[in-house]
Design a protein around this ligand. Sequence first.
Ligand code: HEC
Length: 115
Amino acid sequence: MKRVTVIAPIIALFAALPLAAAAAAPEKAAACAACHGEGGAKPILPEYPVLAGQYASYLEHSLREYRSGARKNAIMAAQAAALSDADIEALSRYFASQPGPLYTPGIGASHAPAP
Ligand code: HEC
């Protein structure tokens, strides 16, 4: 019984950690929201991509390629130019952790958009 009282708060602490990580927006994410929307989930134009819920590694790769010029887009080149490696990693982790409208249908599942 005593062991439970010691372990329960520790489990509660670890259970709370991912939520805390998802909530913390890097300072530079505010600039991104101007086009990609709050949390990267609601772009202001249909041709602007949703960032929320994409793989962090993909977001990071894209930002590095905009910065190097390997991926060409005038708008995003200007956005990525001022980002450090640490900024890119923090922004990628943040946007990947945000809830958004993207989903991946299973193999053989309907490709109709989610309701
Ligand atoms: C002025 C509008 C604007 C702002 C501000 C902006 N973006 Fe973008 N972003 C775009 C557009 C437009 C694209 C699509 C470009 C393309 O076709 O390659 C894009 C694409 C991206 C992509 C690639 C997504 C994909 O699905 O391939 C990432 C990642 C991204 N932006 C991250 C950011 C981050 C992080 C910030 C803030 C530092 C930011 N953007 C700020 C307009 C903007």
